[in-house]
Ligand binder design. Structure first.
Ligand code: COA
Length: 258
């Protein structure tokens, strides 16, 4: 069904591998369209409880948007490219009701770094490299990089990475708070699968509400008000009753996503 992605569904986790290793998995039009369809599958398929996004080959997660598609674009087309990508893929990943984790297995540059940032969290192999090198092309990030990076690492660190286009390694990315965990390349997918299996044992509707609340983070009272509303909604779920009952009955809760 896909030409630029490999997908598998194992233990309720949908594994999405961007598969253009000869072009370091650069995001061309086909990859964007297929990623959009794959994320739609995550939203719709009840068997899928979570997703992993990774890159094919030992060298790259994604080395950016496909630069070969840039030269012929004018300002309007450039704006369309960014808007369409954000809408079809990046926003959809960020707002996915099920956890989406990036397994960064090499270069995560430009659109690749932005793709990882759109995921709910990031695990990386120790050979991973992150960066927003668009400035070297006379460009800026267009898939949400300026917005998500500043939220994650703060204004001044983001300014420096964006203005210099420099690459940082996995341990520096971890120090900055971009990456949650770093491991050997051969262990990366297992590590991500393991943490997702833990999350699968939790109440799915509450997981969705966590994603919604965190995505609605706001310094003003609005963020707290949103949390209050979502907290209240939990009390309308069977899973909340099951969780509280299981606590008093000293047994493991069996959540059903209802
Ligand atoms: N778009 C299109 N093609 C890309 C690409 C991208 N973002 N990144 C890599 N490729 C292609 C290269 O053109 C090359 O293709 P070729 O074999 O047909 O010449 C192939 O992938 C391998 O890349 P190469 O540059 O030879 O590998 P390297 O190990 O020497 O360097 C990088 C790796 C990641 C440092 C280098 O490829 C790079 O800087 N890529 C662009 C990163 C970038 O600017 N991304 C932001 C885009 S907005």
């Amino acid at each position: 069904m896909y030409t630029a992605l490999l997908t598998t569904l194992e233990k309720n986790t949908f594994n999405i591998t961007i598969n253009r290793p000869d072009k370091l998995n650069a995001l061309n039009k086909t990859v964007i369209e297929e990623l959009s369809a794959a994320i739609d599958e995550v939203y719709k398929n009840n068997e899928i409880k979570s997703a992993i996004i990774t890159g094919s080959g030992a060298k790259a997660f994604v080395a950016g948007a496909d630069i070969s598609e840039f030269l012929q674009l004018d300002a309007t087309q450039g704006e369309e490219l960014a808007g369409r990508g954000q809408q079809l893929v990046f926003d959809k990943i960020e707002n996915c009701p099920k956890p989406v984790v990036a397994a960064v297995n090499g270069f995560a540059l430009g659109g690749g770094c932005e793709l990882a940032l759109a995921c709910h969290f990031i695990y990386a192999s120790d050979n991973a490299k992150f960066g927003q090198p668009e400035i070297n092309l006379g460009l800026i990030p267009g898939y949400g990089g300026t917005q998500r990076l500043v939220q994650l690492i703060g204004r001044n660190k983001a300014m420096e990475l964006l203005m210099t286009g420099k690459m940082i390694d996995a341990s520096e990315a971890m120090e900055l708070g971009i990456v949650n965990e770093v491991c050997a390349p051969e262990k990366l997918l297992n590590k991500v699968e393991e943490i997702l299996q833990v999350i699968h044992t939790k109440a799915p509707l509450a997981i969705t509400k966590i994603i919604e609340c965190v995505n609605n983070f706001d310094h003003t009272q609005q963020g707290y008000d949103f949390e209050i509303k979502k907290f209240g909604e939990c009390f309308a779920t069977e899973d909340m009753k099951e969780g509280a009952s299981a606590f008093f009955e000293k047994r493991k809760a069996n959540f059903k996503g209802k």
